[in-house]
Design a binder for this molecule. Structure first.
Ligand SMILES: Cc1ncc(COP(=O)(O)O)c(C=O)c1O
Length: 450
């Protein structure tokens, strides 16, 4: 198809704003473009359609906007930063806010995790952490440690590293053989033993011992790192069983495997703490983060790295680059400004503590949907709930999809459906009344799609 060209200086030719050109990510494009769900504006707990209809945000966008939408201090910080410094090269140069933000993030992390490497997304954060793990062993003379261990049903973004250690079949099966030398722990979820658990299920800590089996198969000297989400979010909210993460840490210590917590979702208050590592009293060797660090306002991700790992790189001639890795937009000034303002909001409003306090109220409200037609399980931890609906025999995922559409069109709220699981993860500023409102709406949707 010929496209109209606009010669320099000529009047801009209007292009019809149709929906065809944008190939949307992780979206049923054809169905969307027949009946679009457009969001034009947001404030605090609500999105607004272009027509001005308010939608209660039951998903914090996509697990991002923990501080709520368009918060004035964050908006102001981004505005001021854009006027002051648009961009600074992050290789061999830097701007002051990058150091300030790194210090603030490190201060929130468990003791011993002192250094922050910035990326722009969760996927980049994960691939960065995996590469740091490989390089760390390499520079210490253990270059045979190349295997990476993920977990079934894990989600670690869409880079080749994250896809390889991830364990969601549809995210993997179209993309060839992925990284070599990857193995997977079993998923921690078992409905028979765990259904309708509030918080961490009692059953399942022993599944961490599967790591011993994997070590026995490959030998510890070939394994670089183990990566898990403390709560598997994107697969439909699977909290870690009680004691599971502690056991994983012990096995990693025994065999000198690095343990990476992917806290892209669980970081910044989602489980009532700055990081889930704190909730569980387990210190990994690296934590990946993204999303909540800027409350979704500007893309940013990163890895918090232990001093032991970081310091291992700090040798050789001082003029030499220590880690051959980074992104043009690592520590972008707008992201750093947004991050600092976001951390200020979290602190000033005590939002992590707020999430912790609300957790029992949230869990009771979620569990009130038990017994509705087609509800097979409800899981919750922190300000997060996953509700499994029975799949239609002829159309797996259809009931989840219909729920999302119904919520948007008839109930004026939004959430994320993953297959036939409804994931609810609102901003941490949600009020008790809004928790009630949200689950009432969810209940009506579940009945409507039954
Ligand atoms: C645990 C986890 N890791 C990584 C990612 C990827 O993040 P992004 O979409 O920013 O690349 C996600 C996204 O949901 C996630 O939940």
């Amino acid at each position: 198809m010929n496209k109209p060209s606009t010669p320099a200086g000529a009047a801009v030719i209007a292009v019809p704003n149709d929906l065809a050109a944008h190939w949307m990510p992780f979206t049923a494009n054809r169905a969307f473009k027949k009946a679009p769900r457009l969001i034009a504006r947001a404030k605090d707990m609500h999105y607004y359609t272009p027509e001005g209809r308010a939608l209660l945000d039951g998903a914090a966008g996509m697990w991002c906007t923990n501080a709520g939408h368009n918060r004035d201090p964050i908006v102001e910080a981004i505005r001021a930063q854009a006027a002051e410094l648009d961009y600074a090269p992050p290789f061999q140069f830097a701007h002051p806010k990058s150091f300030e933000l790194a210090s603030r993030i490190a201060a929130l992390a468990p003791e011993g995790l002192e250094h922050v490497f910035f990326a722009n997304s969760g996927s980049e954060a994960v691939d960065t952490a995996l590469k740091i793990a490989l390089a760390y062993h390499n520079i210490r003379g253990e270059g045979a440690r190349t295997r990476l261990i993920g977990r079934e049903r894990g989600y670690h973004g869409v880079g080749f590293g994250g896809t390889s250690v991830g364990g969601i079949v549809n995210n993997r099966k179209y993309f060839g053989s992925l990284l070599a030398g990857v193995d997977h722990l079993p998923s921690t979820y078992n409905r028979e033993h765990q259904a309708f658990s509030k918080g961490e299920p009692e059953w399942g800590a022993h599944l961490a011992d599967e790591l011993e089996r994997i070590v026995a198969l490959h030998d510890a000297t070939t394994i670089a790192a183990v990566i898990v989400e403390p709560m598997a979010g994107s697969t439909g909210v699977l909290p870690a069983p009680k004691g599971y993460l502690q056991r994983l840490r012990a096995i990693c210590d025994k065999h000198r495997l690095l343990l990476i917590f992917d806290e892209v979702i669980t970081g910044f208050g989602r489980l009532g703490h700055a990081f889930a590592a704190e909730r569980y009293g387990v210190t990994p060797d690296m934590i990946t983060f993204a999303k909540g660090v800027t409350s979704g306002a500007v893309p940013m991700g990163g890895v918090i790295v232990s001093s032991a790992i970081h310091d291992a790189f700090m040798r050789g001639p001082e003029h030499a680059v220590e880690l051959f890795h980074g992104y043009t937009y690592s520590a972008h000034p707008l992201a750093c400004a947004a991050g600092l303002a976001t951390l200020d909001v979290y602190r000033a409003e005590g939002l992590f503590e707020r999430a912790k306090k609300l957790e029992p109220i949230w869990a009771d409200a979620a569990m009130s949907l038990k017994g509705l037609p087609g509800v097979l399980d409800i899981r919750c931890v922190g300000i997060t709930a996953g509700i499994d609906l029975a799949s239609r025999p002829d159309a797996v995922g259809r009931r989840g999809y219909d729920s999302m559409v119904r919520a948007f069109e008839s109930e004026s709220f939004m959430f994320r459906a993953v297959g036939d699981t409804l994931a609810l993860t609102p901003p941490l500023i949600i009020s008790e009344a809004q928790i009630g409102e949200l689950f009432e709406k969810v209940g009506r949707v579940i009945k409507a799609v039954a």
